[in-house]
Ligand binder design. Structure first.
Ligand code: FAD
Length: 455
């Protein structure tokens, strides 16, 4: 559906994943769109090392990419990951499937690859792109946003007319909103940071570890993960405390880096000849959760994506959630000509869901680095899948609701997930195996506490 052309144009700030996708969606609806980006055009200049090279794409993200008409181009970049491959401290491997149907997989995708496809599609849809034009501030009383043209160093003032701020977790425009409009906003940094490393392919080009899995080395207080790339390399990410005896603060020499990996991940150093050098070269990233009490300012500005609600990466949902923002916002904009109302309704309906996925992401960190080592966790997983087989309309494991469904709001997944944990705990108090579970009691609890889900 196309709307009459809106004049003057709408402005999207930040040509990352959310901003590029949103620009396409708005342009395809008939709006004139200007997209401003701080950095150079990543299609011409390679991206800095150490910025989450690949990501897990799931159902919600795919649906939004379909809306933008780019899925045919994205598909060749996708590597299916049907489950987790757990690496224990002795090197023993255990594969734990994520779901139980063939379509229940998540996909590893290259961040720059995906972003470049979105930028190309934005250009084809008529979006005007301005690279090396960071937003440097905003004046909410005077209704202006300021950009700096890096080439000339000139400050350009732009009317604050339907500005979509998708400038990421450290959003300059959100911070201007918070300062000038006295909006409550928390930016909670995690005590843990992350570092990305490369696991190269073998000399014959083959992958060194199973390509169709998300690999995890869970070690309680910290963990290492690996996601596959198209060229048979893997991007490894170490999540570790920033301070303390075993932390990024103390891993500062090749000798102690190698000793740390040999102690905790003995199967890894032989796979990574450049381990210590890369470790010292690559930046240590920070992670956190942003919760802002307000995302919109009348019909003038709206925060979208990480700028509105950055979350920690442990559910692999940050990008998926940002893409879902774009799809839901599109629906609100289609329903009304009153932009201010659409912005308000979007944020009111969306915030409980982004809060829920923020909480689930934090909970998942504990699950990935620690709970997966507990035998009870594996019993609960197996029982969840069995209950889903027996009651597919009512009992869907929380992970599946979040990753494989695009029709269950995060908030609903969160609430039902809590009820399901209570049911699982009650059923396994005296049962150590599936065979010992009282399935008649399970059926009664499920009928009583979990209303049917949409088909
Ligand atoms: C280690 C890690 C792993 C992750 N893994 C996953 C995963 O597996 N799955 C998943 O779904 N999500 C994952 N995420 C989350 C995901 O990366 C983010 O949610 C997503 O990138 C947010 O998109 P965005 O466009 O809102 O912000 P960003 O991707 O940060 O894009 C913001 C853009 O705005 C630009 N910009 C910034 N400031 C300005 C300014 N002042 N003016 C103009 N432009 C500006 C930036 O250059 C950038 O291009 C991960 C995140 C991290 C840190």
């Amino acid at each position: 559906m196309k709307r009459p052309v809106d004049n003057p144009p709408v402005t999207v700030v930040g040509a990352g994943l959310a901003g590029s996708l949103l620009a396409i969606v708005l342009a395809r609806r008939g709006h004139r769109v200007r997209l401003y980006e701080r950095q150079e055009d990543m299609r011409r200049v390679p991206l800095d090392a150490g910025r989450s090279i690949n990501l897990a794409l799931a159902a919600r993200g795919i649906r939004a990419l379909e809306l933008a008409g780019v899925m045919d181009e994205v598909r060749p970049l996708l590597i299916p990951m049907p489950g987790r491959m757990l690496h224990d401290p002795t090197g023993k491997l255990t594969f734990v499937p994520y779901g139980q149907r063939p379509e229940e997989v998540i996909y590893s995708v290259s961040r720059p690859g995906l972003n470049c496809i979105l930028l190309d599609a934005a250009e084809r849809a008529g979006v005007e792109l301005f690279f090396q034009h960071p937003a440097v501030g905003a004046d909410f009383a005077g209704h202006q946003v300021m950009f700096r043209d890096e080439a000339s160093q000139r400050i350009e003032e732009c009317d604050m007319h339907r500005v979509f701020a998708s400038d990421g977790a450290g959003s300059v425009l959100r911070r201007a909103m918070v300062e000038q409009l006295n909006i409550a906003c928390t930016e909670e940094l995690l005590e843990h940071g992350y570092k990305e490393l490369t696991l190269p392919a073998l000399p014959n080009g083959e992958p060194r570890i199973d390509k169709n899995a998300l690999h995890i080395w869970p070690r309680g207080g910290f963990m290492l993960i690996a996601l596959p790339n198209i060229d048979n390399t893997f991007t490894m990410t170490l999540f570790l405390s920033m301070t303390g005896p075993e932390s990024f603060e103390t891993l500062t020499t090749p000798a102690n880096i190698e000793a740390f990996f040999s102690r905790h991940f003995p199967d890894v150093p032989s796979l990574m000849p450049e381990l210590a050098a890369e470790f010292l070269q690559h930046p240590t990233g920070i992670m956190g959760t942003v919760r802002s009490q307000q995302w919109s300012v009348a019909d003038r500005m709206l925060l979208v994506g990480d700028a509105a609600h950055a979350i920690t990466p442990f559910h692999g949902q940050g990008m998926n959630c940002c893409f879902e923002d774009c799809r839901e916002l599109d629906q609100f904009l289609l329903q009304s000509n009153d932009w201010s109302r659409s912005f308000r309704e979007f944020e009111t309906s969306r915030r409980p869901n982004t809060n829920a996925i923020a909480d689930m992401a934090l909970e998942n960190y504990l699950e990935m680095r620690d709970t997966v080592r507990d035998p009870k966790f594996h019993l609960h997983k197996a029982l969840s899948l069995e209950l889903e087989r027996r009651h597919p309309q009512r009992f869907v494991p929380r992970y599946s609701m979040v990753m494989f469904r695009d029709d269950i709001p995060y908030e609903v997944a969160y609430e039902r997930g809590h009820i399901q944990v209570e049911i699982l705990s009650a059923l396994t108090t005296h049962a150590d195996t599936l065979a010992a579970v009282d399935f008649a009691a399970a059926a009664r609890m499920i009928e009583q506490r979990l209303p049917p889900l949409p088909n």
